[in-house]
Design a protein around this ligand. Structure first.
Ligand code: B3K
Ligand code: ZN
Length: 856
């Protein structure tokens, strides 16, 4: 069973204390060597308060020398214990602390700190990686300007800020902006740049480079275009300009996450930089644009204004996600972006909020901070800002943000600072609103209607209830902005979008002067991250799908109909005729944006249905859910075969591939039609598309369809042979198979792939592709024999000693284990206990698995 490990003491928000020293300058000097890199640091410090000088130092760092003002400190003047270095010698008020350490990048398999990826040196410091490079107060509220000298024979030597000196074997970089250590970065390698220039609104010329491995240059253009669009957008939308002479982006093959916003030197997973029509899908292009934007926008929301401590992570992440969502809406289709964001929120964040991993947007306790880079902090953090904007209006939002940048530039700030800015700029009291930050859980909002025909009056009664979450039982009412509109029976909008501000546990709102009973369009634009419950007949949902003026609510009507149909089918009913005919009307409506129609055609996932069943107090059966979803897709295809064939034919995009939103939308619709037709033509259309397509979007979708149809063996092999030298495409190959193979076979396919010599499991992308691909195949992961759970547990145990962050992240797939039948629960529990029994679990994985295992 779980042994309590020494490093499992939680950090508490309430324990925050200021650091007793200020740092006016940091000078770092690196002599790079794969096995023994020597790092010298000089830190100019001034005492600001009482207390010892305590620095963080990673376990693998060998301390060679320690000195104050050039005088070596004797052994008795300092202590090293756990990951802390405490200087006990008396110190003058101002002094320079000097250290020299040796580190081994080649042994760094956790990819935190300084490590090697294909012979290239690179760093990842957020959240607490800098301590693995040099002893330092590794906390975000200690900010300082850095000067970095790099000695190495590698041709390209990069760090933060502006280049001061570049000569063979040496580079000096100076970052004039004070920053916390987590934004430090260094890259050295044989790299090629794709370069461009940008002139800021006030006339500052900026050199832009996207650095890639030799041979990858022709796939970096889209990232560069995205960067230029981001820079321009932040000037226009937020009045924020770039503030250095250069902006560098580096693509790295081994990277634990998507990308990192290091000041002036963003480091990216190559998956989010490299794209060409033959190797990347429309989804990849859209993510590249969004993440390039996200990291760039951090320059103001994260770097210029950072977080006081890691509890405040949503201050930079929630806001920066909100900003990247706005950017993508402006670059592409706003309704489509909104729907996609809500889909992600529901599948990832609602799941988190409703399970053992629930935590507030601003947590108040953690064991391992890397476990809190979550959908709650990021995506719900963004939703909370969206609600604030709805409540204070566009103008109030802009005024508040201007004040935020003005007041806090150069600060390490808190959520209190953030809310204060809104209160000061708009005069609004946000005391109750703050609960969105402090209280975990997704509120369930129930809406009922009463109609008084004589008075022409409609009353909407709302009740809100947030279920208890770990450590938080009582949930007082929150302020919930509920956007509603009313439609008359002939489809006209009689009351346009109005935002109701709910502040009580139960509250009524009335509408007068109505000639006839309207149909209510509720929670337009998904104005709050809540679960809305209302009784609505399928015919009313079909009416909203046909007439609602709010694109989100209209899509939601289609989704509700589909979910309702699937749930009824699981109870033995036939597919709902209202739904089938609504789909028919949708297919026949060429006025609707293709990307939007594609979204409306998509069925809820198996996972979503399982959640709906569990919410209703029943036990989901993964196999039955899978079968019902297949049956509904087949029925749609049979009923609308002719229309689907027409769409498939007519939405082919002629000519050379372009990744723009319109072309991508047409492909999405075409591929949605393919997915349905695939159920009745045994893969014939998919095979033809696989052979003909000139782009990866269609080829990957065709391959997925062939695998799902159980007849893709030849194409799977051909795909591998064709792309064996393109790492990112082979990642896709490792993911598509476990994800799309029928549930009975998927685990054995995954096991077989794991034995393939190309399964370079230490590479995070490859590990995520195969292991994550299986975990996302709902009925396969939850296979009744427990083989899915065993497979995941095996690999988590194998990965954890090398890369705890990746192991911990992938363990989240277990979080819903309590929803299933007791036989499955027994198997999941056994897998979790087997993990917890491992002799040396990382604190990352042990925190996650302990929380999951303790699920009520
Ligand atoms: N700030 C980084 C995430 C760091 C994760 C550390 N485990 C990327 C981002 O959100 O932009
Ligand atoms: Zn971010």
């Amino acid at each position: 069973m779980n042994q309590v490990q020494p490093n499992q003491t939680p950090h508490l928000l309430a324990d925050y204390r200021r650091y007793p020293f200020a740092i006016s300058q940091v000078r770092l000097d690196f002599a790079l060597d794969p096995k023994a890199t020597r790092v010298r640091a000089e830190i100019d410090m001034t005492r600001e308060g009482p207390g010892d000088l305590v620095l963080d130092i990673g376990a693998g760092v060998v301390l060679d020398e320690l000195a104050v003002n050039g005088v070596a400190l004797p052994a008795g003047d300092w202590q090293r214990e756990a990951e802390l270095l405490t200087i006990t010698a008396p110190l003058p008020d101002s002094f320079t602390l000097q250290s020299q350490v040796t580190i081994d990048p080649s042994a760094n398999t956790a990819f935190e700190g300084l490590y090697l990826s294909n012979g290239m040196f690179c760093t990842q410091c957020e959240a607490e990686g800098f301590r693995h490079i040099t002893p330092y107060p590794d906390r975000p509220d200690v900010m300082a300007p850095f000067e970095v000298t790099i000695h190495s024979d590698l041709p390209v030597l990069l760090s933060n800020g502006n280049p001061i000196r570049q000569e063979p074997g040496l580079a000096v970089w100076h970052d004039p902006w004070k920053k916390p250590a987590y934004l430090f970065a260094l890259v050295a390698g044989d790299l090629r740049a794709v370069s461009d220039k940008f002139t800021t609104a006030s006339g500052r010329p900026v050199d832009l480079n996207v650095w890639v491995r030799p041979g990858d240059e022709n796939r970096a253009g889209y990232a560069m275009e995205s960067l230029i669009r981001s820079m321009k957008w932040d000037e226009e939308a937020y009045g924020r300009e770039y503030d250095l002479d250069v902006f560098n982006i580096v693509a790295v093959d081994d990277f634990n996450m998507g990308a990192m916003e290091n000041k002036g030197l963003n480091i990216f997973n190559s998956k989010l930089v490299l794209a060409s029509p033959e190797t990347a899908t429309d989804g990849d292009y859209e993510r590249i644009e969004g993440v390039i934007g996200h990291e760039y926008f951090h320059n103001w929301t994260g770097n210029r204004i950072t977080c006081r401590d890691w509890f405040q992570l949503c201050l930079k992440e929630g806001l920066t996600v909100f900003r990247d969502q706005q950017f993508t809406s402006d670059m592409r289709s706003a309704p489509v972006k909104r729907i996609n964001d809500v889909l992600t929120l529901r599948s990832r964040q609602f799941r988190e909020d409703q399970g053992p991993l629930a935590h507030p947007v601003r947590p108040d306790s953690y064991i391992e901070i890397n476990n809190f880079y979550t959908a709650t902090v990021y995506e719900k953090g963004a939703e909370v800002i969206g609600m604030l904007k709805t409540l204070v209006g566009d103008e109030g939002y802009r005024k508040s943000l201007d004040l935020y940048f003005d007041r806090h530039d150069g600060d390490a700030a808190t959520i209190e600072d953030w809310l204060q800015v809104f209160e000061d700029a708009t005069g609004r009291d946000l005391t109750q609103f703050k609960r969105w930050y402090t209280d975990a859980g997704t509120p369930v909002l129930t809406m009922t209607e009463s109609w008084d025909a004589g008075a022409g009056q409609l009353t909407l009664s709302f009740a809100q209830m947030t279920p208890p979450t770990p450590g938080q039982k009582d949930k007082p009412a929150r302020v919930i902005p509920i956007a509603v509109g009313l439609l008359s029976p002939n489809g006209d909008e009689v009351v346009p979008t109005t935002v109701l501000e709910m502040t009580e546990a139960a509250q009524d709102f009335t509408f007068d002067g109505l000639a006839s009973r309207p149909v209510v369009s509720a929670l337009r634009g998904f104005s709050a991250p809540v679960v809305l419950k209302r009784d609505l007949a399928p015919s009313d949902r079909a009416f909203l799908l046909a007439h609602d003026t709010d694109p989100f609510a209209r899509w939601e009507a289609a989704r509700d109909l589909a979910r309702g149909t699937l749930l009824a089918m699981l109870d033995g009913a036939a597919p709902e005729p209202e739904y089938l005919s609504a789909i028919g009307r949708l297919l026949a409506d060429p006025a609707l944006d293709p990307a939007y129609r594609a979204l409306c055609l998509k069925l809820p996932s198996d996972e979503e249905i399982a959640t709906a069943i569990a919410d209703a107090g029943s036990v989901p059966d993964p196999d039955a859910i899978h079968a019902a979803r297949e049956a509904l897709a087949t029925e749609i295809a049979r009923t609308h075969e002719a229309a689907l064939r027409a769409i498939y034919r007519d939405s082919a995009v002629p000519g050379p591939f372009s990744p723009d939103a319109d072309a991508a939308g047409k492909r999405a619709l075409r591929l949605a039609a393919l997915g349905l037709l695939n159920r009745i033509d045994g893969g014939t259309t998919a095979a033809a598309l696989y052979a003909d397509a000139n782009n990866m979007t269609e080829r990957a979708a065709a391959l997925a369809a062939l695998i799902a149809a159980g007849r893709g063996d030849a194409e799977v092999q051909a795909f591998y042979n064709e792309f064996k030298d393109v790492r990112l495409v082979i990642d896709m190959w490792f993911m598509l198979q476990p994800l799309n193979t029928s549930p009975e076979k998927a685990v054995s396919v995954a096991r077989h792939l794991a034995a393939n010599p190309a399964f370079d499991w230490k590479n995070p992308n490859r590990f995520r592709a195969l292991i994550g691909g299986l975990s996302a195949n709902h009925a396969a992961f939850h296979a009744a024999d427990g083989s899915g759970y065993e497979f995941l547990a095996d690999w988590l145990l194998k990965m954890d000693p090398l890369n705890p962050q990746i192991a911990a992240r992938m363990s989240g797939a277990f979080d819903s284990w309590r929803k299933y039948d007791s036989a499955r629960q027994d198997k999941a529990r056994a897998a979790l206990d087997r993990i917890l029994a491992a002799p040396k679990l990382s604190k990352n994985l042990s925190e996650m698995v302990t929380r999951i295992r303790n699920a009520a």
